[in-house]
Design a protein around this ligand. Structure first.
Ligand code: BO1
Ligand code: ZN
Length: 239
């Protein structure tokens, strides 16, 4: 349905032409990912640490063709609180290389923790926490899953992987970038609250290659190009 190849008619520069519902990919002005420029960020000192209450819960690992995702299933994986509103954790997935850049620098891997608003009047509002990884020591969370990732080389496979604790991801909520953007895949829906951790974690080259090979030829990325910031403000929360 869509791909990431530069010269393909289903590639990122054509997503907005493929289906009417995907027009935000082309015409939106609050699109993600972006370059997080520390120079342009407004420093917010009084915000406090990111409030989160995650708990272990049963999960399913899935090869969705364009990425590998881990979805918590038939249980409650916990909440984050953003400006007094609660968002419940649904799934995580990986992009390689990173979609967001920091001062123009791209990282080896980016993880997205996708949350939905729990407020029924605020239907389907999405908040994503992003984490960036540079090459180095293996990531403990991925280590638990990597054998299953490697065995899922074909699209649309899934595995029950038992109880997975979201706290193992190890987000550090002390310093983070915050801005309003979009889903980074079609339909590129806007209004997503993005929280990108400032702390960079590490991942081994083997783990990155396992994720990339399971999804595509390892030469193909699943990162959407960086989008214009337009008139948006980026906040750097630094309690
Ligand atoms: S991302 O984090 O911006 N790459 C991203 C991209 C697409 C989605 C989520 C995050 N898709 C949404 C679907 C919803 C679904 C939700 C949670 O993921 O549009 O229908 O409920 O799984
Ligand atoms: Zn994503």
């Amino acid at each position: 349905e869509f791909d990431y190849l530069e010269n393909s008619e289903k590639g990122p520069s054509h997503w907005g032409d493929l289906k009417m519902e995907w027009s935000a990919c082309k015409n939106g002005v609050l699109q993600s990912p972006i370059d997080l420029s520390s120079q342009r960020a407004k420093i917010v000192n009084k915000a406090g640490e990111l409030k989160k209450t995650y708990k272990p819960c049963d999960a399913i690992l899935r090869n969705r063709g364009h990425d590998i995702s881990l979805k918590w299933h038939n249980c409650f994986a916990g909440l984050i609180n953003i400006n007094g509103s609660e968002y419940s954790l649904q799934q995580v997935h990986w992009h390689s290389p990173s979609e967001h850049t920091i001062n123009g620098a791209r990282y080896a891997l980016e993880l997205h923790m996708v949350h939905h608003s729990t407020d029924p009047n605020f239907n389907h509002s999405v908040a994503v926490i992003g984490l960036l990884y540079k090459l180095g020591a293996p990531d403990a969370f991925l280590s638990k899953l990597i054998t299953n990732v490697t065995s899922m080389a074909d699209e649309m496979q899934e595995r029950e992987v038992g109880v997975i604790d979201p706290n193992m991801i190890g987000i550090d909520g002390k310093q983070y970038y915050r801005y309003i953007g979009s889903l980074t895949v079609p339909p590129c829906t806007e209004g997503v609250i993005w929280t990108m951790n400032k702390m960079i974690r590490t991942v081994s080259i083997d783990q990155v290659l396992a994720l990339r090979l399971a999804v595509h030829d390892y030469a193909e990325s699943n990162a959407r190009p960086v989008q214009p910031l337009n008139h948006r403000q980026i906040e750097l929360h630094n309690p």
